[in-house]
Design a protein around this ligand. Structure first.
Ligand code: CA
Length: 251
């Protein structure tokens, strides 16, 4: 395809929290970008989100070294689902073995760049993936949250959406039950595409129009990541804020 990818990620505790329960990593060799937003008492949220991103990364790495190339999109999707299932099981088991980890769980959103010029987006929870293409921002994921369910059911007016009291109540997460179902979709990839993975600490603080403005601005990738985090903090920084950018470049 002749496409290469550049990554830039940043995670910040925000202005009110003591701990950062978000985890983020990317692996250029695997073509993988992954972000998780944990929950749980003490430092359990940090443990859950870290376990999620590392288990999926390690599992995909093992799978890629054992699988002859080229592999198909369906194979890669299945591998991603299997790795996430294993991560879910590991978090679930830890939460039921260690009392200080009881009740921990985490969202997950990941981007896997397939060899066929497609990108796979998988998620559980309210961490999101967006794509900026030709200056326009598109949300590629649909939150697994009570708020999204109410919106889908037509139960909330636009005014009510803004004051909805349970906006951080998610309906799907890793580590909560012994299995988890990911939403997995694939999209075509164009040169110049810019993908954003983020935790709700960004999207609760910065609206889509402002996210689009930052992503479409001139400037390098790390600078855009810094600006997004700065805007979330400037608007209150009520939660941990994490962003991970992936840019499709042509050499
Ligand atoms: Ca969060």
């Amino acid at each position: 395809m002749g496409m290469t990818y550049a990554f830039a990620g940043l995670s910040d505790v925000g202005r009110l929290r003591q701990n950062n329960e978000d985890s983020v990593l990317w692996d250029s060799a695997l073509g993988l970008a992954i972000l998780a937003d944990g929950m749980g008492g003490y430092n359990a949220g940090e443990v859950a989100s870290r376990m999620a991103v590392e288990h999926v990364r390690d599992g995909l790495h093992r799978w890629q070294t054992q699988t002859p190339r080229p592999y198909g999109l369906r194979q890669l999707k299945r591998a991603l689902a299997t790795c996430t299932d294993e991560a879910n099981r590991a978090i679930f088991d830890a939460a039921h073995t260690n009392p200080s980890y009881a009740g921990m769980g985490t969202t997950l959103v990941c981007l896997s760049l397939a060899e066929e010029g497609r990108v796979i987006v998988a998620h559980a929870g309210d961490s999101r993936a967006y794509r900026l293409r030709d200056g326009a921002l598109t949300q590629l994921t649909r939150d697994h949250s009570l708020l999204q369910e109410q919106v889908d059911a037509g139960l909330l007016t636009p005014e009510q959406v803004h004051v909805f009291g349970y906006r951080n109540f998610i309906t799907r997460a890793l580590g909560v039950e012994d299995t988890v179902v990911l939403d997995i979709h694939d999209f075509d990839v164009n040169p110049g595409d810019l993908y954003l993975l983020c935790s709700d600490g960004l999207t609760d603080m910065v609206d889509d129009a402002d996210i689009q403005a930052v992503l479409a601005s001139s400037g390098d990738l790390p600078g855009k990541a810094r600006t997004l985090v700065e805007w979330a903090n400037r608007n209150g920084g009520r939660d941990n804020v994490t962003v991970l950018l992936t840019e499709v470049q042509t050499p």
